[in-house]
Design a binder for this molecule. Sequence first.
Ligand code: CU
Length: 172
Amino acid sequence: MTLSRRQTLMLMAAAPVALSAGSALAGTDTDEVIRVDLWDKGLDAIDAFDDSMPIMLGTPGAKMLDSAPMGVKVDRKTVPAGEIRFEVVNSSKDIEHEMIVVPIADTSKPLPYDAEIQRFDEDAAGALGEVPETEPGESGVLVLRLKPGTYMLACNIPGHYAMGMWTLITVT
Ligand SMILES: [Cu+2]
C-alpha cells in the first residue's frame, strides 16, 4: 500500500497514542482489526437534520440512530480483548470526521455533553485515543489495548455526535 503524505502524517499522529496505551507500533503484529467507516449522507441531509431531537447515547433520541444523517460503521461489533487495530476511513465527500474511543460503563447514561460547543467532554468521558480530524477520502490508524467492556466509537467534531455519529462495540 502506498501512503499519501497526509496518511503518513495521520499514522505518525496516531503512533504516540498507541505507544502510551502500551501497544506495539501500528501496523506490526496486531491480530484484531476493526474497519471503521466514517460516513455521512451529504450536506443537504446534514442541513435538514432536526436538532430538537439529538441522537445521543442514553437519551430518547438514541432510538433514531438508524436514520441519522452521519454515522460510524464497523465491520464487526465484537472483538476479543487485547490489542486492537482500528483502520479508519472517512468516506464523506464533503467534510472532515474523526474517531474517538470512549469506554462506556452504562449504556443508559448520557455522556457529559456541552450543548454550547456541541461536543461531549472527552476528558470527563475518559477518552482513550483517537484518529484525529481526517479529510474526505483519507484514512488513519489507531492501535489500543482494550479490556473487556463496552466502548463507543464517536466523532466529536461540533454537532456530529448529536447527529448520531457514533456506534458501540463490545470487547469480550
Ligand atoms: Cu464527524
